[in-house]
Ligand binder design. Structure first.
Ligand SMILES: NC(=O)c1ccc[n+]([C@@H]2O[C@H](COP(=O)([O-])OP(=O)(O)OC[C@H]3O[C@@H](n4cnc5c(N)ncnc54)[C@H](OP(=O)(O)O)[C@@H]3O)[C@@H](O)[C@H]2O)c1
Length: 266
């Protein structure tokens, strides 16, 4: 079976690409930087240039892959900013990659899957796709959107035997906090009126990501979804997701918010 993964040069994307390639899947590892994967000697792993914001990249990728059985929408990054400090370009870019990137690649791949009358789409969302947090409004809302995309596509594609799932990881120790968190300068200024919340929350989040779970858990969850056609619509992976998502389902909005405030001292 042939797999296309986006954002494959590090973290969950790279780990999953290798994990599946070693198990015999033909994996097209989409990345802005194929050279970063050049040294990997794995015959089933094919690095391919793919920036999810580029229609040209998406078109070329599709032309170079004869058949796609499984699409894993993984590319994403986080913006940390208050809303009042938000810069228009930062705002648009967060959704451009995390949301429209998913939609663009889906739009290109779905016709192939529809003609094949089978396919699996797995969207890497986040447990923050069900939880609001200050300073992460753009990131969290982008992941809420990914959850909505998953739910809607499940109806739209069912007749063609295309399964759609989301994975909601908790915090994972990848390049996410080290390289792919974009911070707004004004928000992090010492004179910002939000300094209290910034200095309370951000060290906790960074620490939790950098001491988070191993990306291999996500790779294993993806394989399980591929192998079991009765897999649930959304799967939680990792400690924080297993803690918060069941709580989110059980508690009222207000009680849940209280628990999150207590947990992060907000
Ligand atoms: N780490 C966590 O705690 C955590 C928790 C929940 C959900 N997630 C989600 O999991 C997914 C994978 O993240 P990760 O933790 O594996 O982090 P990562 O190591 O930073 O990998 C994310 C990948 O996304 C792509 N990407 C990042 N910024 C981009 C941009 N501006 N334009 C285009 N592509 C971009 C990059 O791929 P290339 O450089 O290869 O192009 C990058 O390697 C993301 O969607 C993230 O939101 C992460």
């Amino acid at each position: 079976m042939t797999v296309l993964i986006t954002g494959s040069s590090s973290g969950m994307g790279k780990t999953t690409a290798l994990f599946l390639a070693k198990r015999g899947f033909s994996v097209y590892a989409g990345t802005r930087y194929p050279e970063k994967l050049q040294d990997i000697k794995e015959k089933n792993l094919h690095p391919i240039k793919l920036n999810v914001s580029s229609q040209t990249d998406i078109k070329n990728t599709l032309m170079n892959i004869p058949k796609i059985d499984i699409l894993i929408n993984n590319a994403g990054y986080g913006l940390v900013s208050t809303i009042e400090d938000l810069d228009e370009n930062q705002m648009l870019e967060q959704f451009n990659i995390n949301v429209f990137g998913v939609l663009r690649v889906c739009k290109a791949v779905i016709p192939k899957m529809r003609i094949q009358e089978q396919g699996i789409i797995i969207n890497i969302s986040s447990f923050l796709g069900k939880i609001g947090l200050p300073l992460l409004t753009l990131y969290n809302s982008s992941k809420y959107a990914v959850e909505g995309i998953t739910d809607s596509l499940r109806y739209e594609l069912r007749d063609f035997d295309i399964r759609v799932h989301s994975i909601m990881p908790g915090f994972f120790d990848t390049n996410f906090a080290r390289e792919n968190l974009v911070t707004n300068k004004k928000t992090f200024d010492k004179n910002s009126p939000y300094f209290k919340i910034v200095s309370t929350l951000t060290p906790q989040i960074l620490n939790q990501i950098n001491s988070g779970n191993d990306a291999i858990l996500v790779a294993k969850a993806i394989l399980k979804i591929i192998e079991d056609r009765h897999s649930p619509a959304r799967v939680t992976v990792g400690e924080k997701a297993s803690k918060f998502i069941p709580m989110r389902r059980e508690l009222s909005d207000e009680d849940f918010e209280r628990r999150v405030r207590e947990y992060y001292h907000l």
